[in-house]
Design a protein around this ligand. Structure first.
Ligand code: PMP
Length: 759
């Protein structure tokens, strides 16, 4: 509408006349000065709807009653008594009282007093709005800070790579904090946009608050975070300003521990949303200046804040309210490393050139001693997410009740055994519980030997099955690796790895499968003695994330069984729905083993493992000698194991692994098109591998490059590791609660890292 139309509109609906002036800012707002000296604001907008308008009015009225000294934009009804009047092009108009005061933005560098006043006003707003009971507040919108993660998918639109990286990191810090703290933050209705234009001051006093259009139900701390994201922008001393605001807030509404911790990540989240929104809007209309007014200041602040660790930032923000001496973080990493060197065997390695001290885990994130979150793409032990509350609670409850051993009857044990067996083909019906994958493979070896009366065993090239003496002898990954003897014991027979990418029978189809299975037949026939069994992983892990070609296991198992051996699958790494299509990875090839070994993910980090076999094999084992593992199958382990199964089911993690795994694989294949260093991408569900090669023809392994990639990604907040006999495969096996945002983040980071490596 032009000013003439507006003038006529206001005259006819409100009986007012005077002069109009368009106000700065992104909304269509006009200031009306009436002939008799009155001042109003006419707001014109589209599609807000009656519920939102009513919420806005109710919020203003509620606050006006609670805080009579705060000037607020109260609504002026039209001549027919309506708060909203339809105008042209489906838009609606509202007339509000003009609120006197200087916007914070224009009031100059704030004094400590003014900052504290802002904090206490925001706390008063939180307390005042507690009386508002409106269903309409249960909503979300573009600037809903609690939903900031939704904007992350647009990070790719930020063209400047340095900026994109900082914003990506900010989103990660936000996401990690949100996943661990979100549910604990006290909630209520907030104004939702206490920015430096909406807060009005006079001297050191806060006299008014404008624009309730973003009002919604939210964690209360979001109000403070949003305000800080603005007041920290245009000051030379952002930390000092923020600390004073927090101090003022805390005096009236004391901040809980979770809120203090969440504050900095939420500020980062708000700035990240501002910056992604600007990039998004630039694609729509780059000439609309009002859309980009806060872009540069927001960027400046974010880059400044991003260089602080969350822990230091939390300290700085709460320096005015923090009791001294509450923070116990233990030794710095350098000192810990030194202590470790003195106390522990050097054979125990530490990941990364710049080792990490991790103090907390939550979901798919590990948090270091600076409070920095790392996206964990490699831990397939904390399967349903680090410290999953349901698993933690199950363990805590049971350990407070009873922890004994399997010599007593306990419902937990038998319930759990029945549940585990139900995930397997019906012939696999007898359970043994132990404490580690190694112990489980040892037991599987004993079962096979006892059942067949034979000693010899067959394993795959590159395999790792555990750290005991027998298992090191059965792990070419170790005995052929650094410090190994190089040759197999006479009772161990090694079959070539069924590697579809670089093995002798390359290819992923049935022909390759048959050819590799033929290696199994040949190895059996050439062995010095008949074999007791064949121990193999369904997808090789340490062996290089190798998925055997189609039909391999069916043919290989046939050869083994014909020779009187038993088929043992080690599902320690790949089991429990990780592969997405099935619960157990061996099911992908339609075979049924005789013994299944499970570990790592079974207890989400609690040390437990299991062996499940057939009645027949179990009966051969029961020769009179008691089987007893002190801790195996204890009530606490069973409670935890049960909770892990509950979470897999309740959160539908198998289906999630299937869908997200496919997405991840496709994205990695896209990267392979752009980076010649990627020779092969493979895997199933959330068990993936990226093999790096220097030359696609010779397949010369790019082991140093792989090491460089994981070390660079570690500094970008992503944890990966390398593996395979040539140490050139990036292993991807994250906690199953990984999200699409995380995958997109990892892909962006990997893309840039590979590009920087090749330039
Ligand atoms: N089997 C496989 C396939 C493994 O990867 C591992 C451990 N990396 C083990 C067995 C041994 O498990 P644990 O370390 O629990 O003894």
């Amino acid at each position: 509408m032009d000013t003439g139309q507006i003038s006529r509109f206001v005259q006819s609906h409100y009986g007012l006349s005077g002069e109009f002036e368009r106000l700065a800012g992104e909304n269509e707002n006009y200031c009306l000065r009436t002939d008799d000296g009155g001042r109003f604001v006419l707001k014109i907008c589209g599609g807000v709807g009656p519920a939102a308008t009513e919420l806005e009015n109710e919020a203003v009225e509620t606050l006006a009653a609670a805080l009579p000294d705060l000037r607020l934009p109260t609504s002026v009804p039209s001549s027919t008594g309506s708060p909203v009047v339809s105008c042209s092009e489906g838009k609606e108009a509202r007339l509000l009282e003009f609120v006197e005061g200087t916007p914070w933005l224009e009031a100059g560098e704030p004094s400590a007093e003014r900052c504290r006043a802002l904090g206490s006003t925001l706390a008063q707003v939180a307390l005042g709005l507690a009386d508002l009971n409106s269903e309409a507040a249960d909503r979300s919108h573009r600037w809903d800070l609690a939903a900031a993660a939704l904007h992350r998918r647009h990070v790719g639109w930020i063209e400047d790579l340095d900026r994109r990286r900082v914003v990506d990191q900010a989103f990660q810090t936000f996401a990690a904090a949100w996943s661990s703290l979100g549910e604990f933050l006290p909630r209520g209705v907030i104004h939702g946009d206490a920015n430096d234009e909406n807060v009005l001051v006079e001297g050191d006093r806060i006299v008014g608050l404008l624009d309730f259009g973003d009002c919604l139900e939210n964690p209360l701390i979001c109000e403070l975070a949003i305000a800080l994201a603005y007041v920290m922008q245009r000051t030379a001393e952002p930390w000092k300003v923020a600390a004073h605001v927090v101090e003022g807030y805390h005096t009236l509404r004391p901040l809980q521990e979770s809120e203090r911790e969440a504050l900095f990540p939420l500020i980062l989240g708000r700035l990240a949303v501002t910056l992604t929104t600007c990039s998004e809007r630039r694609r729509i209309d780059a000439t609309r200046e009002s859309w980009f007014a806060s872009e540069e200041p927001a960027w400046k602040l974010l880059s400044r804040l991003g260089s602080h660790s969350p822990r230091d930032a939390a300290h700085a923000l709460t320096s005015g309210i923090q009791e001294a001496g509450t923070d116990q973080q233990g030794s710095e990493p350098e000192l810990l490393l030194e202590k470790r060197r003195q106390l522990m065997n050097p054979a125990m390695s530490v990941s990364y050139r710049d080792p990490l001290k991790i103090v907390r885990g939550r979901g798919q994130f590990l948090i270091d001693h600076h409070g920095r979150p790392f996206l964990d793409l490699v831990n397939n032990v904390c399967h349903v997410g680090h410290c999953h509350p349901r698993v933690v609670e199950a363990g805590q409850r049971q350990i407070a009740e009873l922890n004994t051993n399997t010599r007593y009857l306990h419902d937990g044990l038998t319930d759990y055994a029945a549940r585990l067996c139900a995930t397997l083909p019906s012939s696999l019906d007898t359970c043994f519980f132990v404490n580690s994958g190694s112990e489980a493979n040892e037991l599987a070896l004993r079962l096979a030997r006892q059942h067949t009366g034979r000693e010899h065993i067959m394993v795959l090239e590159g395999a790792y099955h555990g750290h005991t003496s027998s298992l090191i002898a059965m792990s070419p990954y170790k005995f052929r690796g650094k410090g190994g003897k190089g040759v197999a014991e006479s009772w161990v027979h090694v079959v070539p790895s069924p590697d579809g990418y670089r093995g002798e029978h390359k290819g992923h189809g049935a022909e390759s499968g048959r050819a590799y299975a033929e290696d199994v037949r040949r190895t059996i026939s050439e062995a010095s003695e008949p074999i007791a069994g064949f121990l193999c992983e369904s997808i090789l892990s340490c062996g290089g994330q190798v998925e055997p070609p189609e039909g391999y296991f069916a043919a290989a198992f046939e050869h083994v069984r014909k020779a009187g051996g038993v088929c043992i699958v080690d599902e320690v790494q790949v089991g429990f729905a990780r592969v997405g299509s099935h619960f157990w990875a061996f099911e992908r090839q339609g075979v049924t083993p005789d013994i299944v070994v499970m570990g790592k993910p079974i207890g989400n980090g609690h040390p437990m493992a299991a062996v499940i076999t057939t009645k027949q094999i179990a009966n051969s084992f029961a020769n009179g000698m008691e089987f007893f593992a002190t801790f195996g199958g204890n009530p606490v382990s069973c409670a935890i194991g049960n909770a892990v199964l509950d979470v897999i089911e309740a959160e539908q993690l198998q289906e999630h692994a299937r869908i997200l795994g496919e997405f991840f694989l496709t994205e990695l294949q896209g990267l392979a098109q752009r980076h010649s260093l990627i020779g092969h991408v493979r895997g199933a569900g959330l068990f993936l591998g990226v093999e790096l090669v220097r030359d696609p023809d010779t397949l010369e392994p790019a082991s140093e490059e792989a090491d460089e990639v994981i070390n660079r990604l570690r500094h970008r907040g992503i944890l990966l590791s390398t593996d395979g006999p040539l140490a050139n495969v990036l292993k991807i096996k994250p906690p199953m609660v990984l999200t699409q945002d995380d995958v997109e983040f990892a892909i962006r980071a990997l893309d840039e890292t590979l590009a920087s490596l090749q330039s």
